[in-house]
Design a binder for this molecule. Sequence first.
Ligand SMILES: Cc1ncc(COP(=O)(O)O)c(C=O)c1O
Length: 453
Amino acid sequence: MAVKTLLASIPPSLHSSPAMSSARAHNFLPWTVQNTQDNVVDIAGGEGIVFWNSKGEKYLDFVSQIFNVNLGHGNRRIIEAIKEQADRFSVANPSFMHAGRALLGERLKDVTPGNLSKSFFTNSGSEANEIAFEIARLYTGRQKIFAKYRSYHGTTLSTLTTCGDPRRITLDRGQSGSVRFFGPYCYRCDFKLKFPSCELHCASALEQQIIMEGPETIAAIVLEPFTAAAAGYPAPPGYLKKVREICDKYGIVMIADEVICGFGRTGEWFAINHEPVVPDILTVAKGITSGYVPMGAAIVNETIAEHFEDKLLPIGCTYTGHPLACAAALACLDEYEAGAIENGRKMGDIFSTELNAMKERHSCIGDVRCQGLFACLELVKDQQTRERLVEFNTSPPLVNDFKVECFRRGLYVYMRWNLVLMAPPLIINEAELRDGLSRLDEVFDWLERKVRG
Ligand SMILES: Cc1ncc(COP(=O)(O)O)c(C=O)c1O
């Protein structure tokens, strides 16, 4: 009997409203009240930097789906690698080793900075951070994890209640062990200072807080070298180095969360590479497989790895080092090495120049923060006063209207509060980049008319 193929059993289109209603009746959507999310895209395919819905309407993907499809849609090298591995074998006990997993561990050691040398593979960024927290606790014998107020580290209970993102608030049951601090946010400095005359006061304040908390109780400081969804900004020069010094001084594990900013997103392999700093643990996900198969990893330095040579590592999960994910990741590393990171860096220069020029044309853009192909535009009512166009942690209709206007012009961007975040695939070419930017420019014309009348 012929095997019914998967595609034959999936209805070709969800664009009729009964089909979408039925889809939504049986699927939760994340981060939303279920009956209020409009404009759900029924993605039906993609190629390069474009994806389309089941009506065939195309969109320039200026978010790489959710900051993960670094190498664009439909990448043949990744697809063939997954297929080839599936034909050999698709499943492996997590306590078994296999060739793809062995090679991936070695290659990650080579591309990550300093003495980061041993990976614990997971299914997601949340799990990678969760594992990193546990490893830091086991290694130091301490409990507390420090995280910035403006940070997001995942959706598992420990990562969500540790991070500073307001998404934590509804789930925060006062779990012990999470301490939050004010990090550098130069556009709206919490200490009302200016960089560089502030001499990185925020780092000194962090040290003061550590002393008050009791350094002997603190296992780790976790932070993104480029803060992504929580505020969209790179660390100011010197900040990461100061955090490294503080960690060394008090025996605290430094965890760099590179779930979004890793694998070329900011123009370097990892965003931490912009400073001469090596974290003790570096966590990755998203770009490691360009999103083709779920995967994350916590990559630890030699000293931490050595610690577990004769001590129990009481952590595991069924899909550690999944063969299909390893195959996808190895193909991605090939693509990054073959020029994707270099291209992203070059396109990032154009991106930054053009977005800054856009700020000159549109007074509702208060700040442009761009590193490589990662950009955040902070929208304001007035460039001088910096009053936010949309209040922190609110989502008035204007936010949805902005997204709809982008969609109407075939452009997909991420908007949250008054922040517009963009991260096009690293393989984008100049014509595509300029095309997306000119669509965005039109949306800002629309926004100016809407808010200024
Ligand atoms: C910085 C950062 N860390 C961790 C995560 C969690 O990753 P995942 O959604 O794969 O669990 C995210 C997700 O967006 C993230 O942005």
